[in-house]
Ligand binder design. Sequence first.
Ligand SMILES: C[S@@+](CC[C@H](N)C(=O)[O-])C[C@H]1O[C@@H](n2cnc3c(N)ncnc32)[C@H](O)[C@@H]1O
Length: 241
Amino acid sequence: MIICIGAGPGDVAYLTQRGAQLIRDADVVAGFEAVLNVVRSLIPAEAQVITMGYRDQVAKLDEVAVEHHAGKKCVVVFMGDIHFSGFQYLERVERACGHPVESLPGISSAQILASRTKVCFDETTFITFHRRGDLTPFKRHLVHVLEDQRNAIVIPCPWDEARSFMPWHIAAYLIEQGIPPEHPVEVWENLTRGDAEWHGSLAECAEHRCSDMSIMLIRTLAPMASQIEAAPGQAETAPAK
Ligand SMILES: C[S@@+](CC[C@H](N)C(=O)[O-])C[C@H]1O[C@@H](n2cnc3c(N)ncnc32)[C@H](O)[C@@H]1O
């Protein structure tokens, strides 16, 4: 048996009870070191722990798959929610196993940010650059999102010099694409663990440096007006003709 579960991000308090139970019952618990550290207190002493990094993840997932095919209860722990910028890792798990695997939702850093900043996801688009492959369509999409007057929650790409697309690169790119340099932006670091919040304009963001554990919020300049019913005693606004 194998299941991929979301945990954190950054704090075990944001793990679901079902996720915690799956870890407590596991024979094998696998994941990146930073993520395993979050759930370390729940891992049974007798469980096998398979720790991996970017470079050896394929080989380590092959080890997990061997244990799974041998009948062990295997849990692969992901940061936050699998379906927010974790899908390529899920694909690697499935490739190692040779079949689709079950997943359990977690709480994404994007959801924690939305909650912290009181941003409604209905009016917001999530975009990640933390993925392998061509980022061009995602970059274009971000420009369209802002042109369409929607908020954007953006996970940057840390990795190496050649591929990195961090908040300062994103801000410079947006200015190049015609988004006004004075458009406000927020960068939040280490949400759930003494987070640091930075506010400024795109032009300032292009000069601001932050850590890999950062997520951006670019609010629309034209937030939607409330569309709920009028408060008691207030006249309903006449519908547009
Ligand atoms: C591969 S993505 C995985 C995101 C994860 N699946 C989620 O739902 O949050 C990892 C990136 O998410 C962002 N991130 C994750 N946890 C964070 C946190 N606690 N605070 C700020 N950013 C975070 C950072 O940009 C980090 O490099």
